[in-house]
Design a protein around this ligand. Structure first.
Ligand code: UTP
Length: 291
C-alpha cells in the first residue's frame, strides 16, 4: 500500500536551543533562507506525499502563517517587476501541499503527539518526519523508506550509525541483514547504557508506521502516570512482533534541535546555495586561515 499521508510533530519545547526557541519555534529556525520545517515539507512532497498534518502547540501559530498566503506582502511584491521571482517563491510555500494543523495540548512526548493524528491518518500506513530533523538528499529519505514499506509491508525506521557516545542519547537497535540497506529490526532500547548497546544504528527522524501503531500508543498512554510517552515504545512493540525494518538511509541529517546541528546545517547548505555559495566558500576559506 502506498504511503500518502505524513505527520510532522513540531510541538516540543525546544529547551536545548533556548533562548532562540523562546518565541520562535525551533522548527522555524532558518537554514540560510528557509525555515527548517519548509525543508521537511518539501521532502515529503518530493516523495509524493500530498496530505501533511503538522502538530503544533500554543505559541507555534507562526508555523501556520508560514504555510498560508501573506496577502499584504504579496500585494506589495506584485507591484515590483524586479521582485517577481521572490513573489513566486513566497506564494509557492502556501501551495506546497494540503497542510493540516492540530494542537498537542500538553507536551507529553512524541508518542502522545503522534496519537493526535489518529483520525487524520485513518486506516493507512503513514510517514513521520520529526520537525527538527532536516535531511538533505537527492532521493528524498521518506521516499526511500516508503518504497521499503511497499516492498515488505512492515513498519520502517530510518537509521544511521552514530558514535558510542551519541547512541546513549538516542536508541540502540538489534538488527540483522535483510536486503541492501534494509535490515530486520528485532528490538530497540531507548537511551542505552554502555552494556545495553546492541548496535550503533540509531533512529534519526524518519519513520513509516502501520495504522495499528495508534492502538499501541493508546494502550501505552493509558498506563502513563507522569512524564512523556516515547514513540520508541510503540516501535519497540512492532520490532518484538517482527513487524519492523531498519533502513540505513542515504542522506545527511542535521539536528535543528541542537546548537551545533543548526550551525552545521547552515554552513553546509550555504556552501551549495546558488545565490551565496561561491561568496560563502571564499569567506570560509579566508576565515579558516586564522583558525
Ligand atoms: P525532541 O525530543 O527532539 O524535541 O522531539 P523537544 O522535546 O522539543 O526537545 P528538547 O529536549 O526540549 O530540546 C523530536 C520532535 O518531536 C516533537 C518536537 O517538536 C520535535 O520536532 N515533539 C516532542 C512533539 O511534537 N511533542 C512532544 O511532546 C515532544
Amino acid at each position: 500500500m502506498k504511503v500518502k499521508k505524513a505527520i510532522i510533530p513540531a510541538a516540543g519545547l525546544g529547551t536545548r536551543v533556548l533562548p532562540a526557541s523562546k518565541a520562535v519555534p525551533k522548527e522555524m529556525l532558518n537554514i540560510v533562507d528557509k525555515p527548517a520545517i519548509q525543508y521537511i515539507v518539501e521532502e515529503a512532497v518530493a516523495a509524493g506525499i500530498e496530505d501533511i498534518l503538522i502538530i503544533t502547540n500554543r505559541g507555534k501559530g507562526v508555523i501556520e502563517d508560514h504555510f498560508d498566503y501573506a496577502f499584504e506582502l504579496e500585494a506589495g511584491l506584485a507591484g515590483r517587476p524586479d521582485r517577481a521571482d521572490i513573489l513566486a517563491q513566497v506564494k509557492a510555500v502556501a501551495e506546497l501541499a494540503n497542510i493540516y494543523f492540530i494542537r498537542q495540548k500538553e507536551t507529553k512526548g512524541l508518542g502522545h503527539a503522534i496519537l493526535t493524528g489518529k483520525s487524520f491518518v485513518g486506516n493507512e500506513p503513514f510517514a513521520v518526519l520529526y520537525g527538527d530533523d532536516v535531511i538533505i538528499s537527492e532521493d528524498p529519505v521518506i521516499g526511500q523508506l516508503s518504497r521499503t514499506y511497499e516492498e515488505f509491508g512492515k513498519g520502517v525506521v530510518g537509521v544511521k550509525e552514530v558514535t558510542r557516545e551519541q547512541i546513549k542519547m538516542y536508541c540502540t537497535l538489534d538488527v540483522s541483514p535483510l536486503k541492501g540497506r534494509a535490515m530486520n529490526c528485532h528490538s530497540i532500547i531507548e537511551k542505552p547504557t554502555d552494556e545495553q548497546i546492541m548496535s550503533l544504528y540509531a533512529i534519526l527522524g524518519r519513520v513509516i508506521l502501520p495504522p495499528e501503531t495508534f492502538g499501541m500508543l493508546e494502550e501505552g498512554i493509558a498506563k502513563l502516570e507522569s512524564g512523556e510517552f516515547y514513540l520508541t515504545d510503540a516501535m519497540s512493540d512492532l520490532a518484538k512482533d517482527d513487524k519492523l525494518i531498519a533502513y540505513d538511509f542515504d542522506g545527511i541529517r542535521y539536528d535543528m534541535g541542537n546548537k551545533l546541528g543548526i550551525m552545521q546545517a547552515n554552513c553546509e547548505v550555504a556552501l551549495t546555495h546558488p545565490e551565496i555559495g561561491e561568496d560563502f566558500k571564499a569567506y570560509l576559506k579566508e576565515l579558516a586561515k586564522g583558525l
